[in-house]
Design a protein around this ligand. Sequence first.
Ligand code: C5P
Length: 238
Amino acid sequence: MEKRTELYSGKAKSVFTTDDPQRFVLWFRDDTSAFDGKKKEKLDRKGAVNNQFNAFIMQKLEEAGIATHFEKLLSPQESLVKRLEMLPIECVVRNISAGSICRRLGVAEGLDLNPPTFELFLKNDELGDPMINEYHAKSFGWAEPEHIERMKELTFQVNDVLKALFLSGNMLLVDYKLEFGLFDGEVLLGDEFTPDGCRLWDKDTREKLDKDRFRQGLGDVVEAYEEVGRRLGMSFDY
Ligand code: C5P
């Protein structure tokens, strides 16, 4: 496999083409951003930690029967993935209230949500990723009805697998965002699962171990991500 040209550079990852038209290389950079890119910093080791964390989680999901785009680790900061036709929608599940739902609905942080909520957001930087419902997605043609059903089903399957996994490391999976894409007509989990795109709290102290440390200026951001990995039995290469 030969890495070729940079196709796209996002806020924290870059995507490269390869000599295989059906495969991309993801390069996890040290860049960290929040608030629609208004707060930005480079954090030492973050690219390597997130790349290897993502690989670990994607493999756990594959073992549980959830199809993902992940193929293999290539280097500390690079992974090989299937080339997906991405659906322009973010799927968010919340087990505990935090973040935007507290601001939107005026509810306190830390409430157990039973059942967990499922929300859709349109991927659109200019509009600040507005929340949409399933009818918006269908009526405007952003996703086919059967693809929305499948994304929802997979997002909840991920919840079952990862809630249990993080609990084994004495952590609560508060919420998370997933993105999906099509490969040969099948909906696969794409993008990444890292502490950049989820909330994780220590079960006893409720200490935040995710990107809220960056958003809220709490410090020790990458150290917290490494701690999450250690609790799951991971070790990192830099
Ligand atoms: O900001 P909000 O509370 O809606 O985020 C819910 C979850 O989705 C959080 O874990 C957050 O990190 C993640 N998220 C994300 N990318 C976005 C929006 C939310 O990873 N663009």
